[in-house]
Design a protein around this ligand. Structure first.
Ligand SMILES: Cc1cc2nc3c(=O)[nH]c(=O)nc-3n(C[C@H](O)[C@H](O)[C@H](O)COP(=O)(O)O)c2cc1C
Length: 212
């Protein structure tokens, strides 16, 4: 078995975390760094990760997440945010600054910005918000695989009320602004305190079609 296969076999949606076991900052940095290496459309990295360590806040978040115990019992509760559409529309500083990382020449930079503007107007609108969220999910998948690679458990969490969670974050956190960010989904990270459940999957023959 190679190491990737081992990590994929280790990962499962952990429902019960050991509340006394904490992830080291070194391990957390590894996981977050691997997540940020994920691919994104035009390299625009539409994600931001809120790492909720504060237990009082987690107690408040839990009811918005269908009262799931992972929210309070995991080591680090991560809320994956996606940038709102205004970051990706013509004239945005974020667009300019992001594209400028790839183009030294101003003409080439302006051409790329015009090309992206055409693309987003014709292909992405009116769904820029979902377009951004889909990419955040990619980085979340890598986050969970990276965690599994170093023996850390995770649970993806989409079982929450978007309005309740976003309203709570905007009242509790000075740096969360609903005009700039949306919650994509959450990931609980930590250590399991029960036996891994079996991975139930359809066989390849059922989900793959070769067109020759
Ligand atoms: C987008 C997404 C949202 C999920 N939301 C929840 C959740 O809110 N609570 C939970 O316990 N599991 C959640 N899961 C876990 C799935 O139920 C689980 O991945 C699936 O049943 C397969 O099991 P496994 O991951 O253990 O192999 C979610 C998974 C994904 C991908």
């Amino acid at each position: 078995m190679n190491l990737f296969d081992k990590a994929m076999g280790f990962r499962f949606a952990c429902k019960h975390f050991d509340p006394n076991k904490k992830i080291s900052q070194n391990d957390l940095d590894f996981i977050l760094n691997e997540a940020r290496r994920s691919p994104s459309s035009f390299g625009l990295e539409p994600w931001h990760y809120l790492i909720i360590e504060n237990q009082e806040l987690r107690q408040k978040i839990r009811p918005a997440c269908l009262n799931q115990s992972q929210v309070t019992d995991c080591s680090h509760f991560i809320i994956l945010l996606s940038r709102k559409p205004h970051f990706f529309t013509a004239g945005s500083d974020y667009l300019k600054q992001s594209f400028a990382r790839n183009y030294e020449d101003t003409d080439a930079l302006n051409k790329a910005l015009t090309m992206f503007d055409g693309f987003q107007k014709h292909h992405l609108k009116p769904d820029l918000e979902n377009w951004a969220k889909m990419q955040v999910y990619l980085s979340g998948a890598n986050m969970m695989t990276a965690a599994a690679y170093i023996g850390i458990d995770s649970c993806p969490i989409e079982g929450f009320d978007y309005n309740d969670l976003e309203n709570l974050l905007s009242t509790q956190l000075a740096n969360f602004n609903k005009d700039d960010y949306a919650v994509a989904f959450c990931i609980a990270l930590g250590y399991r305190n029960y036996q891994q459940t079996p991975q139930i999957r359809y066989p390849l023959e059922q989900i793959v079609t070769y067109i020759k």
